[in-house]
Design a protein around this ligand. Structure first.
Ligand code: HEC
Length: 339
């Protein structure tokens, strides 16, 4: 039960097995035994109190959503619910837009479950700037659909929530260093998992729609063998980067998402332009690069984020984009010949 090996003859074991609190060790001979009894009792008491990550753990602070509606964090937002919680600030120009885009894919994949079976929350870490109106504008820029709430509140309360959720504390001088993980959980059964937002949106969706729900369901008999699991295709580093950093905003040949469809872009843009764009789009926008500005105006003024990529990443991504174009051309050719 608890990690103390006291030996079979030790009376403390009886206390543990039967859970009888009054049967304390009769011989307080060895100090070690007494000490382990104490530790054991503490541990047992804690296990009995044993409701980590419920109402006695989470603060019930009041937050305000994008419509100005107030909600208690524990009672109204998470109690008995399956939730995703992450921290953002709306003026963030590097990683948060990519996070929001990724969660947007999760929202799309979850469909009408959001707001009914699964509740999504993004909480501002710059509440003094992120008024409800600012949050609403941000949601509009990304096309966030109903059921996913953006929240602001008192700074001290939000910092407390970050700490309670195991998120790295936030240095006010470096908001860009904040913890960009997402916490997904089923409050009812006290099961919480911290995930990176670089995860494939499908994985987060599965966690929220399936795994976390099924923790409380008997799945015996429904499990299949690893032998029938689909093979994961080999991935180039460019493909890996694309799937983990770009798919939430771009497709190649599947139409526009938050950003433009990238089919043919490796042909259409000069290579130097493209390589620099992938590394520092924010700088190019700040320098009023005409192509960058025209693109930004076309895509709801949502700037492409600086994802911290280096030359090697950019080259791998361009190679991947070219390969996808070549693959599309080959299959188009084949289709034309067949008809
Ligand atoms: C948060 C969403 C987002 C993410 C993530 C993102 N982009 Fe973009 N991207 C955009 C937007 C929006 C534009 C249009 C320009 C603008 O508004 O700044 C764009 C423009 C581009 C362009 C220029 C297209 C053209 O017609 O010249 C390329 C190339 C591009 N992105 C590649 C990538 C790659 C590769 C990744 C992953 C490493 C990526 N983007 C990640 C949103 C995103």
């Amino acid at each position: 039960m608890v990690g103390i090996n006291t030996g079979a003859a030790d009376p403390v074991v009886a206390v543990e097995r039967t859970g009888l609190h009054h049967r304390l060790p009769r011989t307080i001979g060895a100090a070690a035994t007494a000490l382990s009894a104490l530790v054991l009792m503490l541990a047992t008491t804690m296990a009995w109190a044993g409701q980590p990550w419920h109402g006695d753990y989470f603060p019930n602070v009041v937050l305000t959503d994008q419509d100005g509606k107030k909600a208690h964090f524990y009672d109204d937002l998470i109690r008995d619910k399956i939730v995703s919680i992450n921290f953002v600030y709306t003026t963030c120009r590097d990683i948060c837009p990519a996070d929001t885009a990724r969660l947007l894919r999760v929202q799309e994949l979850l469909g009408e479950k959001v707001g009914r079976d699964v509740f999504m929350y993004s909480i501002s870490i710059e509440p003094e700037k992120d008024t409800p109106a600012a949050l609403k504008r941000y949601m509009h820029t990304f096309g966030v659909k109903p059921g996913w709430r953006f929240l602001t509140g008192a700074k001290a309360d939000i910092e407390l929530l970050q700490r309670k959720l195991g998120m790295r504390a936030f240095d006010p001088d470096k908001p860009q260093d904040h913890d960009t993980s997402v916490m997904v959980g089923n409050e009812k059964i006290g099961q919480w998992i911290k995930r990176s937002l670089f995860d494939d949106p499908l994985i987060l969706t599965n966690l929220l729609a399936d795994t976390l729900t099924n923790f409380s369901v008997d799945r015996s008999g429904k499990l299949s063998s690893y032998a029938v699991a689909p093979r994961i295709p080999d991935q180039s580093s460019g493909e890996y980067l694309f799937r983990t950093r770009c798919v939430s905003c771009h497709s190649i040949g599947g139409g526009d998402r938050l950003g433009p469809d990238l089919a043919g872009v490796a042909q259409a843009r000069p290579r130097d332009w493209l390589a620099r764009w992938l590394k520092e789009p924010d700088k190019m926008i700040a320098e009023n690069d005409p192509v960058a500005l025209a693109l930004k105006a076309r895509y709801r003024n949502l700037p492409m984020p600086n994802l911290g990529l280096n030359d090697i990443d950019a080259a791998a991504l361009i190679e991947y984009l070219e390969k996808e174009d070549a693959r599309a051309a080959t299959s188009a050719n084949r289709a034309a010949k067949a008809s």
